[in-house]
Design a protein. Structure first.
Length: 852
């Protein structure tokens, strides 16, 4: 059940659910900007209608449509599908039974008076829903923030000064424009969204904030996001002033996709370093635990549309152009480059490599030709003009040095090249050079491979090709037969071109076959189908959970917890407390009674006072169950005469202050410490910020103060190392939150709880109230033992059981409290409800001898 806002979160958690009527699907209307204080949508609990089929909503900055003037059309514009648009091509990967809706902007400005009519036309004819963004807002959103701030940063270009080439410094007003545009997308989506039937797939960096806006309005929406650009290292990403907001926005998706493992790794590292989140790999999937949800991270390089390329290469225009180019370059070695004009495509360095090639290999002069197709730039600014000027000056110099009548080593094509003409160049070129210094996927090598294979005009010659590809682009790992180069090393690129030209034909054929086999099988439908299936899998578990939103603005996130998991209210537990006569209260210390972040770990006067008040009630048995050492706990809780303490996860136990400590005799031999301590010390010395804690019964290696990534890596390594060294010893090696711990076998908080419940029940007075509160992984053992105990038919049932974790997170407990403040408040409420009476013959025993 979903709450409408964070204001009624307490009511929801207490189980006071409200029923919300389902909202029918609405026809898309004109967009309107949602107020910041607007509540979460109320249609998320509606059951799926049997007459509605699953729908995929594909959200991109631009709709996959072409627009042309047409006076005869209703609004003076003719619309048609754009066959080259990835958003259109991926439809082939969805189930044939599903409906596909596209949401995005149009490439042309539409008068406000025609918004409704254009929306209706596009939705009825194409199932496209246009987002209308005012021209000035769109310019600030797209050209200023996306293209001149965010895009350079994602490609590792920092705006070090106001005059930095290609990058603007952060401007909060532009950030607000970015949010406003993303919010308009969310408003448009909500008009038609049905979270029970729809899967939403958002694409690329223009819409990084959209998952937060959408999740805020519809917490149970099934949401995937794919980033088509690089994701920079955490050292670059952390320079963004709104870094946390962007990360949390991506984490509001159920599935986040990247082209390569490098990009995914940088994202995971940023989440770990900046947000303190843990991630792990399970059954081939990488998951980030985020407020009860597992956000799946998928690595899936996009492919090309084989069907579209087959149509292009078999067209009459393409065949004619291929024959023309073959005749033109019949006695030449044709190399091809196809790039957008921007800072990161490395066009200038490519030209310098060709210049060096001609210098060092005179035999290629007059034969080697590079045709460089420069696609029109997608952004505006001085950086684009400077790149164009650089390309022009270098190519002019090369042609003047090595050109002669009838021969130019560099042929620049600075215009929009028709698809058929581009395909013809691909088919004729013997070598394709793709050397961006940083890029997303870059499908040029894929298209080159397919066009070389499928060209009927080249049927009389063996199929072969050679690709020189930069190490810094997404397609590089997939092309194992390509010559990979560092584009910054002009000498290496020059030699790679020479190697490609002089390579034996048989080798070229083998490499070409390998590439074509991969490219043809990993096409766009394969990519879309794989992402779609994983999105359904990722959403399956979340969709059946209780969800509600917390936080404001861009810090909004959804908490997803089990259907029986609820907040423990003081009123509810006090009522049960007062009705019972035999109570057992079990309390963890660190993170439960005192915050983990606290520097002074000693209990406050308030904590001591509350515990004493609970202990003086003869109906209560109060126990502190902690991993800390007995001496430390004895000193801190000396004022608590009747408090029972179980230290070092249960190895030492005493029933009250004046009772002797009893230890578990199962683990009297600690010779294993002589083997474990040197190993831990080795890792402590190698890991700055780590430390070893010595306990009487165990050893703990802490890495909370170490570098997050290095500490985690070292912890994994230490865990494996200790397990191997101590394989034949009676110990258990565990990894906890920022720790690796070695304890004797048969010791644990779960065993402590089992023994305590059995001992109290053996007095002949049935236990009818049990409260257990903890916050970390070791406390989950207590909750599990309680669950097993109360489900055992051979023991008397406990009437009131409250297993409670601290923090909203997945747990074996059925209740939660938000923080240590609420824990103290709850215990204070119980203390106030206690009725102190003089001891009677029915008072519980104070001996614990032999129980452990």
């Amino acid at each position: 059940m979903l709450s409408l806002s964070s204001a009624n979160l307490l009511e929801l958690a207490a189980g006071e659910d409200s029923d919300f009527a389902a909202s029918p699907r609405r026809f898309p209307l004109l967009p309107c900007l949602m107020d910041d204080a607007a509540s979460i949508g109320t249609d998320d609990d509606a059951p799926a209608s049997p007459t509605q089929r699953e729908r995929r909503i594909v959200v991109t900055h631009r709709l996959p449509l072409r627009t042309a003037p047409d006076p005869s059309a209703p609004v003076g514009l003719a619309f048609s599908w754009d066959p080259d648009a990835l958003a259109l091509q991926l439809r082939a990967g969805f189930p044939s039974s599903s409906e596909v809706v596209h949401v995005g902007t149009l490439a042309v400005s539409i008068d406000r008076a025609h918004h409704a009519s254009v929306s209706r036309i596009l939705y009825e004819r194409f199932r496209c829903l246009p987002v209308f963004i005012p021209a000035d807002l769109h310019h600030r959103f797209y050209h200023d923030f996306c293209k001149h701030y965010l895009w350079p940063l994602l490609h590792y270009l920092l705006p070090l000064s106001p005059s930095s080439l290609g990058g603007l410094p952060f401007d909060r007003s532009l950030w607000l424009s970015y949010l406003s545009a993303n919010k308009l997308f969310a408003d448009r989506l909500i008009e038609l969204l049905n979270p029970d039937d729809d899967l939403v797939w958002i694409h690329d960096y223009h819409l990084l904030a959209l998952p937060t806006f959408l999740r805020r309005r519809s917490p149970r929406v099934k949401l995937g996001f794919f980033l088509h650009s690089p994701f920079p290292s955490s050292e670059i990403f952390r320079t963004i002033p709104v870094r946390d907001e962007l990360l949390r926005a991506l984490l509001n998706a159920d599935l986040v996709g990247f082209h390569t493992f490098d990009y995914a790794r940088h994202f995971l590292t940023s989440c770990s370093r900046l947000l303190g989140l843990d991630y792990q790999s399970k059954r081939g999937y990488i998951g980030i635990e985020y407020y009860g949800r597992t956000v799946t991270v998928k690595i899936l390089p996009v492919g090309i549309d084989m069907g579209q390329l087959e149509l292009v290469i078999s067209s009459k225009e393409t065949i004619a152009k291929v024959l023309e180019l073959k005749a033109t370059y019949s006695d030449k070695i044709l190399m091809l480059g196809v790039d957008d004009v921007d800072l990161f495509k490395g066009i200038g360095m490519k030209l310098l490599a060709v210049e060096q090639l001609l210098e060092e290999h005179p035999q290629l002069r007059g034969r080697a030709v590079l045709v460089q197709i420069n696609n029109p730039p997608r952004s505006e600014g001085k950086d684009v003009q400077e790149v164009q000027d650089e390309i022009g000056s270098i190519s002019k110099r090369i042609n003047e040095r090595f050109g002669r009548p009838g021969y130019q080593p560099i042929v620049l094509i600075n215009r929009t090249v028709p698809t058929y003409e581009k395909a013809a160049f691909y088919a004729v070129a013997e070598c394709c050079v793709v050397n961006p210094v940083r890029d997303g996927m870059n499908l040029v090598p894929y298209e080159y491979t397919v066009y070389r294979q499928l060209s009927s005009a080249l049927a009389d010659s063996p199929k072969k090709s050679m690709i020189i590809v930069s190490e810094f682009i997404g397609c590089s790992p997939s092309l194992s037969g390509a010559i990979r180069v560092n584009p910054w090393n002009v000498n290496a690129v020059s030699e790679a071109i020479n190697s490609a030209i002089t390579m034996p034909d048989t080798e070229k054929q083998l490499r070409h076959e390998k590439h074509y086999k991969y490219v043809s099988s990993h096409d766009v439908p394969y990519w879309a189908r794989s992402f779609d299936q994983d999105l359904q899998r990722a959403c399956r578990e979340h969709f059946n959970r209780r969800c509600w939103g917390i936080g404001f603005g861009m810090s909004f996130r959804v908490v997803a917890l089990g259907p029986t998991f609820r907040k423990l209210s003081v009123e509810h537990i006090v009522g049960s407390y007062q009705k019972t006569k035999s109570r057992l209260i079990l309390l963890d210390y660190d993170g439960t009674m005192i915050p983990q972040s606290s520097i002074d770990k000693k209990p406050s006067y308030e904590v001591i006072s509350i515990i004493n008040r609970l202990c003086t009630d003869p109906k209560n048995v109060v126990f502190l169950v902690s991993g800390r050492g007995k001496d430390e706990l004895s000193k801190w809780f000396a004022p608590c005469e009747k408090l029972g303490i179980s230290a070092e996860h249960g190895y030492f136990t005493r029933w009250k202050r004046d009772a002797p400590w009893e230890s578990c005799m199962l683990a009297a031999d600690f010779n294993w410490k002589k083997m474990a301590e040197p190993v831990m010390r080795l890792y402590m010395e190698a890991t700055d910020g780590s430390a070893i804690e010595h306990k009487e019964s165990g050893l703990v290696w802490h890495h909370q103060e170490a570098d997050p990534d290095f500490g985690s890596c070292q912890a994994k390594e230490l865990l494996d190392h200790l397990e191997n060294v101590l394989a034949n010893e009676p110990v258990v090696v565990k990894r906890g939150q920022h720790i690796v711990e070695v304890n004797p076998q048969g010791i644990g908080k779960g065993i402590v709880v089992e023994n305590l419940m059995a001992t109290v029940s053996s007095t002949g007075k049935a236990l009818d109230f049990l409260l257990c509160i903890g916050d970390d992984r070791s406390d989950e053992d207590m909750f599990e033992s309680i669950s097993s105990y109360i489900n055992d038919p051979s023991v008397l049932a406990i009437r009131e059981v409250f297993a409670c974790t601290v923090g909203q997170k997945p747990s074996k407990a059925k209740y939660y409290l938000d923080d240590t403040v609420e824990v103290i408040k709850l215990l204070q409420g119980l203390g106030n409800a206690s009725c102190v009476q003089p001891p009677t013959s029915e008072q519980l025993p104070v001996a614990f001898e032999g129980s452990f």
